[in-house]
Design a protein around this ligand. Sequence first.
Ligand code: ZN
Ligand code: ZN
Ligand code: FE
Length: 758
Amino acid sequence: MTRKAFRLIVRGTVQGVGFRPFIYRLASRLGYSGFVRNIGEGVEIHLEKEGAELEEFLKSLREEAPPLARIEGVDFQPVEPLGRSGFEIDRSSQEKSFVFISPDIATCPDCLSEIEDPEERRYRYPFTNCTNCGPRYTIVRQLPYDRRQTTMSGFRMCPDCLREYQDPLDRRYHAQPIACPRCGPELSLLEARTGRKISGGLVEAARLIKKGKILAVKGLGGFHLVCLATDQKAIKRLRQIKRRQTKPLALMARDIKTVQKYAKVNPDERGWLTSPARPIVLLKKKSELPGIAPFIDTVGIMLPYTPLHHLLLKELPLVVATSSNRKDAPIVKDDYLVGPELCDYILTHNREIAMRADDSVIKVVNGKPVFLRRARGFVPFPQAVPESLASPVQILAVGGELKNTISIYKNGYIITSQFLGDLDDYENSRYFEETLAHLKKLFSFRPELVVSDLHPDFWSTRYARSLKIPHLQVQHHFAHSLAPLIEHQLPPGEKFLGVSWDGFGYGDDGQAWGGEFLLADYDGYERYAHLDYVPLPGGDAAAREPWRMAAAYLYQAFGENFPRLRPLASIPESRLRPVRLMIERKINSPLTSSAGRLFDAVAFICGLAPARVEYEAEAPSRLEAAASGVKSKRNQGYSFSVNTDTRPYRVDFSQTISELVLDLKKKVRPELAAWKFHLTLVHLILEMSVLARKEHGLNRVVLTGGVFLNRLLTEQTEMVLRKNGFEVLRPVFYSPGDESLSLGQIAYALNRVKKGGP
Ligand code: ZN
Ligand code: ZN
Ligand code: FE
């Protein structure tokens, strides 16, 4: 038999995930000689033996790859045999190119059983990890991903750890954060007021929580504030600290059984709860936990994802675990920023966090996730772009303003940063710069082109301008519409209807857009239709005070003597009168087509929203929660009209509002009215899609924008459109909200570059 040899290139997330030792074991098992090594784009494998056939190797490569590896593609070709004997891992070459790095991954079952086994040397050790699990993105300072480039660099491996680290057959072969009680990071428990060290470690920490104390606990991407989920006094104090009275608090539960006590869990949700990414999953409440998620029907729960959490939750079945920040500021990662103004005690450790990341938050709709926040466990997964858009130009997209992210493009892939928060807050703009610097280092990224929103005064737009490199600007709702196209890897060439609904985005006519139907392709868009403009009485104040929007919509439907429904009666005449005047005389009342503001108005008219909201989606969330409780789904929606005399078409909700008011006067339950309103919007989207199909022959509809975080709306619209033969696209692994603007911006820029721009 002749000796044959092959060279394979495996692309994807294959570095720092135990891939080379896996290849070593596989090649040895199948009797190959050769080597494996990391190269820029992934891993290179050289295989040779007598009469080599690759089939079995390739099959096992796919089927048995380590859990954290994500293979994007395998190329292979026959080469000259090198006459090697034996197989080895070649550590010599570390090209400086685009190397993917894994997100942080929850403790694997093997590590979990070690920390539970008194015979193991890592028994109850809170920093146990292996190549299949543990911190990654949050501890890396620079590539190549190597221990000395991580925040583990200061810990010298003990002989036992070193042996495991060097043994290709060991689960911890080249596990960069490898540690044990002898050589790794240590926990410490401190009193927040004095900084005094307290003995007792995890057990004492749990005891303090049981006693009603609030602890700051250092996790992977930052500190959590932790207290008992059933202690009203502690929750009240925590809410004072966070200055959040109604915003839902996330919970961490010991196990699935505990989760099921408080919430309904379907198989998809269970899959996500226990996945290596371990996001917070929003679940339907089963029993009410006072003070946790008031006025809504869901509760966000996650399972422990580090050994530290597992060990702490052994003592306590359920805790509040919310990110340790004051209102609107980024999550805190550094010990020196945690003090008595945040907590009573601090459970910390001496492994630094290089890059902060919040917990990710999802809900499952029609079997697929909807991201409310994409961070730990998902960042920095690479997103491949359609081949026809790939380009050698490196592109930076700086996103919008609220719920911002950064995306970078290089060599056919986009990396989108973790959720960074609202850039109008100074600390968050620092977080933006910190993250961009991090991404630049990790991916050797040098932007040659920058893309921002169209809004002239966004912090991100000004930042983009300050870079003094070619700068493109993309309309907000157009960027929203392109993001799902890139995610689903659809190339340019097919026109679609982008249903882009959110709170606010700067329109190309200078107005505040937010209820848009765009006829679009990568090249550009035409504003096909929009929700008719209504005044935003008081500008920004109208977004915080739903009663103002209620007044605007009632005025539009009924004129100045609009009916004074019960919810409006709670607003003193001294406040209502000036607002009515503003609307009437068009003073301090910019126009908006925002769907988010329509939800605000309807929620308030139904008596389901407070006069002033604490967080952005509060009123719509309450409206959705009320509508979700309606069992009979046989109702009609309300009427609306579409004015096709003008371009773009305009959707008029005057009839919707008057029928809604009539219903409420007839004592129809607000829950039912809320449901009928949702149904109205589903019908509207269907009607506009059918019209666009008729007029433009398109069949693809993209549902995007923060309004589609609404489970009911997304679920129903998706189903109805599909039933009517439409191809429906919506964000799945990215948020429909402003977090994915940067992704859509990259899509636009890539197309422009292809066309010879900018
Ligand atoms: Zn592990
Ligand atoms: Zn050790
Ligand atoms: Fe938006």
